[in-house]
Design a protein around this ligand. Structure first.
Ligand code: ME8
Length: 513
């Protein structure tokens, strides 16, 4: 039986249309999910929408729709995005679904029954935009630290005894040094917990758009307790719920990776493990917090109207080009700035010139100079052939290491190093010049190059599934032979099969704007 791998995106608030930031997180998960599937794992990849809370209630009010009607519409935009971006999620969860309400009420009851939730009164500041409570001391110039406005809230509220979990959380962090990535963010989490935790208000009584608190209709659950529970719901938990699936839960939970933006790390690395510990449920293995995209140096926000629509990017630059750019341009974990210039450079440099040109010129030579028949890899190999094949053969080990650390940019960088090496090999041997003088050597060199391209195309499938697929089609690689088993051992590109006239896979981008 293959090993399971469960990966999740945050569930997105439906107060707004999806933008580049949302697409980015889900893309990173899609790349992880595709990579793990090719590497032999049984993957469960979850995304969805976060539909309760005051923020969504207000957004619905603003367009004169009922919250349910409104969330139906906006959630669909996120679902459409998964198709448009070629995301391979296995499930799409909405927090307004019955399966989810049942899971929320179940976790609440467990926490209440074992004495971790108690009724009290909340008095303090609340930011609707962040759906977060703030202490007086946390405010900056009368605003939330994020710059969002805050309002004074005074209402009866249930509290989760977060303060009781401080030492257990710190011990857990010590025992699980990979729990949060990147490391600098893990340090921030630890200092936050060390500085002391206050009990957390986990219900609201001043509006209705939420999951009712079991046994107390005056309260709805705090949207973050509701939202975080989605990761459990989708595993078939609880087993007696409307979508209960004991076997799936046992197989899939705990999650291997919760991918989040840095804005919501605290919820995932502090509150969520505390809720789970208190409910006596296993904790996720890792939370990774990536950075923030800006647009030409400015924070992307609704009020600035500078959100970048991922559909527009895909239509303008090509879907795989967009996927590649987002994963390659910015070191994953850091903040990044979107610019047309950077996008154009990646498309024309890395894709059209480096990978596209390599594959196009090699396959064209096989087509023209070898009668369209794939030549055989020489036996024994010449030292320059050996050098190139050694580099491409050893890629998987290092690429896997980088992907397991969510260093997508590094994984791509080392693949592109080998692409450059292959281009230097072609330029120095100049196989086109061998056609008349040494056709046998020409065929050997083209075979070594085709094998190099095969491995590179297999490795870039998670980032650029369609384009890599086209290259593998052109090489005549059987669709059942494109997983990572075919990167190791004796697996080599078959010779003797005919290839069709190659078509360029990566056109140049001409900025006509
Ligand atoms: O926080 N750059 O939902 P949300 C990079 N519902 N990533 C960005 C981004 C940007 N400019 N803007 C948004 C919520 N993101 C909660 C989550 S999970 C149980 C509940 C991404 O719609 C990033 O992943 O505000 C961020 O964490 C997420 O969108 C926030 O989405």
């Amino acid at each position: 039986m293959s090993q399971n791998y469960y990966i999740t995106t945050p569930i997105y608030y439906v107060n707004d249309k999806p933008h580049i930031g949302h697409a980015y997180t889900t893309l990173a998960c899609d790349v992880m999910a595709r990579f793990k599937r090719l590497d032999g794992y049984d993957v469960t990849f979850l995304t969805g929408t976060d539909e309760h809370g005051q923020k969504v209630e207000k957004a619905a009010e603003a367009v004169s729709l009922t919250p349910q009607h409104f969330t139906d519409q906006v959630s669909q935009n996120f679902r459409d995005l998964t198709k448009a971006m070629n995301f391979s999620n296995d499930d799409f969860i909405r927090t307004t679904e019955n399966r989810h309400k049942a899971a929320c009420q179940r976790i609440w009851s467990i926490l209440q029954d074992n004495g971790n939730i108690m009724l009290g009164k909340y008095e303090g500041w609340y930011s609707v935009r962040d759906e977060t409570f703030f202490a007086e001391t946390e405010l900056v110039g009368g605003m939330a630290p994020t710059g969002a406005p805050v309002e004074w809230v005074e209402e009866p509220s249930y509290f989760f005894n977060l303060s009781a979990w401080q030492d257990k959380l710190l011990a857990f962090y010590d025992e699980n040094p990979r729990f949060v990535g990147p490391e600098s963010r893990f340090n921030e989490v630890k200092s936050f917990v060390k500085s002391g935790l206050r009990d957390l208000s986990v219900s609201r009584a001043s509006f209705k758009w939420g999951v009712p608190v079991p046994g107390d209709d005056n309260h709805v659950m705090y949207v973050w307790l509701d939202a975080l529970t989605n990761y459990l719901t989708a595993t078939g938990w609880p087993e007696n719920g409307p979508a209960g699936d004991k076997e799936k839960y046992a197989r899939v939970w705990p999650a291997d990776l919760h991918m989040v933006g840095k804005d919501i790390l605290r919820f995932h690395a502090v509150y969520w493990p505390a809720f789970l510990m208190a409910a006596d449920l296993p904790l996720p293995k890792r939370v990774y917090a990536h950075g923030w995209w800006t647009n030409d140096g400015q924070k992307i926000s609704k009020s600035l109207g500078n959100a970048i629509d991922p559909n527009h990017l895909a239509a303008t630059y090509g879907l795989d080009q967009t996927r590649y750019f987002l994963m390659r341009e910015v070191p994953f974990g850091n903040d990044g700035d979107f610019s047309v210039q950077a996008m154009t450079q990646r498309i024309n440099g890395d894709l059209a010139n480096d990978l596209g040109n390599l594959s196009q010129r090699v396959l064209s030579m096989v087509f023209k100079n070898c009668n369209g028949i794939m030549p055989a890899i020489p036996e024994p190999l010449k030292s320059e052939d050996q050098e190139l094949l050694k580099s491409v053969d050893s890629l998987i080990i290092n690429v896997r290491r980088h992907i397991d650390n969510q260093a997508f940019h590094e994984a791509l960088r080392i693949i592109w190093q080998v692409i450059s090496q292959a281009n230097r090999y072609v330029d120095s041997i100049a196989p086109w010049a061998l056609k008349k003088t040494d056709p046998e050597r020409m065929a050997e060199v083209l075979a070594v190059l085709s094998e190099t391209i095969r491995k590179i195309a297999i490795l870039v499938q998670p980032v650029m599934p369609d384009s890599a697929g086209k290259i593998l089609d052109q090489l005549g690689v059987d669709p059942t032979q494109r997983n990572f088993n075919f990167l190791v051992g004796k697996a080599r590109l078959a010779s003797g099969q005919g290839i069709a006239k190659p078509e360029p896979v990566f056109p140049r981008f001409l900025d006509e704007g």
